[in-house]
Ligand binder design. Structure first.
Ligand code: CFM
Length: 479
């Protein structure tokens, strides 16, 4: 194992691979190719992963703007699931409030069902404007055997609104990824198809797997509309409960985040025959392709070309300018999952090369897409821990680190320019216009005057070359 930081955890070698000469794959343990992903974190590994509850409450259910978001569990679970992800909407009920049944020691001993029922009733009385109550189960309430499903049914009869119960106990999966699955299934089962509206849905789509981070939708929704399509439902950025109920009416699902939301597209295809296409709504090439592929389903190709040409003309001069300033820069991208592969092409459009690519909870299909796009010498690492991240930043010395708040100050301490890819520095980053924002933030990070001042002092000295194995050789080639 050649990452010094993982010397005490030999299992980590299975999660690291290099793209070597001839486009071949070389894994950290010298064997195989595919890296091990979506598997349980080795005990002792300082993982940055979240839990099933986080993926369900924080990612899929949380953006629903007019639901009471109620955690059935201790107050800390609610606190740490709320307020950190800017999944905006045109109202801010879901961002302003979070609710919890506040399970304490006595409740854990004697059961929390009554308290949950009271909490649902009280919350819905306090906030009559809410359209539904979403209840998220946690580790503690699952372990003591509370029947939250039954409570949800009782509550529904009392308050006269949908009470959706998510069985997203934190211990259920190996990461937050399992929570996406639970979120998809529960919303599909309990809400989708429960209302049958009249009207013509022949030219309609759902945008699936966009969460309106920092208003991403403003960069692309009008483009789909400009080619003659109507958006029925967003899953789940800027969406209301009533929209989810009629989601099955749309003629096509356009799936953007293919980690967290393909589940519902598959279920809708099976039950309602709704076809879906996979798209990437970041970057010029991908965004244009997304519009083309969507338009092709409806015979609106000519309309799409007009929109693409018009929009590209608006941003191209700016992108060309940024490309001149960014060409040749090497990037380490570390995101939760698919953003890592969504952005390799976007960075190439800016003249930049992805030197290292990592995800927290990606599955095999994410790593296949990453590997395909990496240049020779590119490295992939699954679920990197903090010492590994530090070592990569020190030894591979990227010109830019695109990651999240957890890693931001580590990057700064090591003197590496940083952009927040999860919640954006000054986004939105999606669509054509968002790409200009992204390029501007990257340019600002890399060319900040501070690096000139600190450069030599702040960057740690390279780690001594200590190995002659093939893997290490490839790994250290930047030194
Ligand atoms: Fe999908 Fe996401 Fe992502 Fe994700 Fe996330 Fe996110 Fe992400 Mo942060 S839904 S998998 S669980 S694209 S919150 S909006 S940026 S880790 S790569």
């Amino acid at each position: 194992m050649e990452l010094k930081s993982s010397a005490t955890l030999p299992e980590r070698a299975l999660h690291i691979a290099l793209k070597v000469e001839g486009g071949k794959c070389q894994r950290g343990d010298g064997a195989g190719c595919a890296i091990s992903s979506n598997s349980a974190t080795t005990p002792g590994d300082m993982t940055e992963r979240g839990c099933t509850y986080a993926g369900c409450r924080g990612v899929v259910g949380g953006p629903v703007k007019d639901a009471i978001q109620l955690t059935h569990g201790p107050i800390g679970c609610a606190f740490f699931s709320w307020g950190y992800r800017p999944h905006l909407a045109d109202t801010d009920f879901h961002m302003k409030y979070t609710f919890v049944s506040d399970m304490n020691e006595t409740n854990i001993v004697f059961g929390g069902e009554k308290k949950l029922l009271q909490s649902i009733i009280e919350a819905s009385r306090e906030f009559p404007e809410a359209k539904a109550v979403f209840v998220y189960n946690t580790c503690s309430t699952a372990l003591i055997g509370d029947d939250g499903k039954d409570v949800a049914k009782q509550a529904e009869a009392i308050i006269g609104k949908s009470v959706v119960f998510f069985e997203c106990e934190g211990f259920k999966g190996v990461s937050q990824s399992a929570g996406h699955h639970v979120g998809n299934e529960t919303i599909f089962r309990q809400l989708v198809g429960s209302v049958e509206p009249e009207g013509d849905f022949s030219r309609t789509i759902n945008i699936v797997g966009d969460y309106n981070i920092k208003n991403d939708i403003r960069t692309f929704e009008h483009l789909f509309e400009a080619i003659g399509l109507r958006i029925v439902t967003r899953f789940t950025g800027n969406v209301g409960v009533d929209d989810l109920k009629i989601m099955h009416k749309a003629a096509l699902n356009v799936v953007h985040c293919q980690r967290s939301a393909t589940y519902i597209a598959d279920m809708m295809q099976e039950k309602y025959g709704t076809p879906y296409i996979n798209v990437t709504l970041w970057g010029m090439k991908h965004m244009a392709q997304a519009l083309r592929d969507t338009a092709a389903v409806f015979g609106l190709e000519a309309e799409a070309e007009v929109v693409i040409e018009r929009e590209l003309a608006k941003i191209k001069p700016k992108i060309d300018e940024f490309r001149q300033r960014l060409t040749g820069k090497k990037v380490f991208i570390y995101q939760g999952g698919p953003r890592t592969w969504h952005w390799i092409e976007l960075l190439r459009e800016l003249g930049m090369e992805t030197q290292t690519a990592a995800t927290t909870f990606g599955h095999d299909d994410d790593y296949e897409k990453i590997f395909e796009q990496l240049d020779e010498g590119g490295m992939m690492i699954d679920n990197p821990n903090v010492p590994e991240i530090e070592e990569i930043l020190t030894r591979r010395r990227p010109d830019l680190f695109i990651s999240g708040n957890k890693e931001k100050y580590l990057a700064y301490k090591l003197g590496v320019p940083f952009v927040n890819g999860h919640t954006y520095d000054t986004g939105p980053y999606a669509g054509f216009l968002g790409m200009v924002n992204f390029a501007r933030d990257i340019d600002k990070a890399i060319h900040a005057p501070i690096w000139q001042t600190l450069h030599k002092k702040a960057r740690p000295a390279p780690v001594a070359h200590h190995s002659s194995h093939g893997f290490a050789h490839g790994f250290e080639e930047g030194e």
